[in-house]
Write a protein that binds this ligand. Structure first.
Ligand code: BTN
Length: 253
């Protein structure tokens, strides 16, 4: 880090020059009992991980962070946290991104700038019965270098004209917005955050394909349900509730 970040007293920052994965380190700390709002950052990752066992290319220059949370909520509700984090990141980017550059969300947990992926969110957790013991929320945000070898077209803050923002600036701004959104989620639940997410989601009402573990479905992106699942319309009033998968937009392929 170029300077010590100025974070609210709720956060406890653990910062590294290089790590295999900030999520890996945060999961380890969580298992050892680290307190809520412990946040692990690294300037680079050698084994950054993404959703569905993919890697996350992590050279120096981008933001890599993982936050330990211990919400007093049933496990089923905690999936909403990836949407809470996406909304917080959208609010973080609002004052930074040049006018005319669209900030949007792609189900389940990507943040796009000008139609390309700029950030990904990865939730990992440990639970007992229906209660969450801990949860790690990982965020990778491309400040300078978007990965080149990925199936989803990627971008960075620099590429959309927000070149001067450092990792420390972004960390401070994101932590501020996330704390507000998290408190809102804990006190009021998911409805207003769901609305905020839906107001910027890509492809709502249009044709999509959803890749699941073993099949690929086509249909219409009808809604995000109250739990955070995607509602896929398949014609004739048939709907499928999708809790995990990757979304593609047919016309864009
Ligand atoms: C995705 O879009 O697949 C999610 C990517 C999440 C990447 C971040 S970078 C910081 C944290 N540490 C990791 O190993 N992964 C997450």
């Amino acid at each position: 880090m170029t300077r010590a970040p100025n974070l609210s007293s709720r956060y406890h920052l653990v910062s590294f020059e290089r790590l295999d994965s900030t999520n890996e380190e945060a999961c380890r700390l969580a298992r050892e009992g680290a307190r809520e709002f412990t946040i692990v950052c690294a300037r680079e990752q050698t084994a950054g991980r993404g959703r569905r066992n993919r890697g996350w290319v992590s050279p120096p220059g981008n933001l890599y962070l993982s936050l330990i949370l211990r919400p007093e909520k049933p496990l089923t509700e905690t999936v909403q946290l990836s949407f809470v984090a996406a909304v917080a990141l959208g609010e973080t980017l609002d004052p930074i991104i040049p006018e005319g550059v669209d900030i949007s969300y792609k189900w389940p947990n990507d943040v796009f700038l000008a139609g390309r992926k700029a950030a990904g969110i990865l939730l990992e957790s440990s639970s007992r019965r229906d209660r969450v013991k801990w949860l790690v929320l990982g965020l990778g945000l491309n400040l300078k270098s978007p990965p080149q070898d990925v199936s989803t077209p990627a971008t960075s803050l620099k590429a959309v004209g927000a070149a001067g923002v450092t990792a420390v600036d972004m960390l401070e701004r994101f932590c501020f917005c996330f704390e507000k959104c998290y408190t809102r989620w804990q006190e009021e639940g998911f409805p207003s955050l769901r609305e905020a997410w839906l107001s910027r989601v890509l492809g709502l009402g249009g044709p999509i394909e959803v890749e699941l573990e073993k099949e690929r479905l086509s249909g219409t992106f009808l809604d995000l349900d109250a739990s955070g699942a995607l509602v896929l319309g398949q014609g004739g009033g048939v709907t499928r509730i999708i809790t995990a998968g990757d979304v593609f937009f047919p016309q864009a392929r």
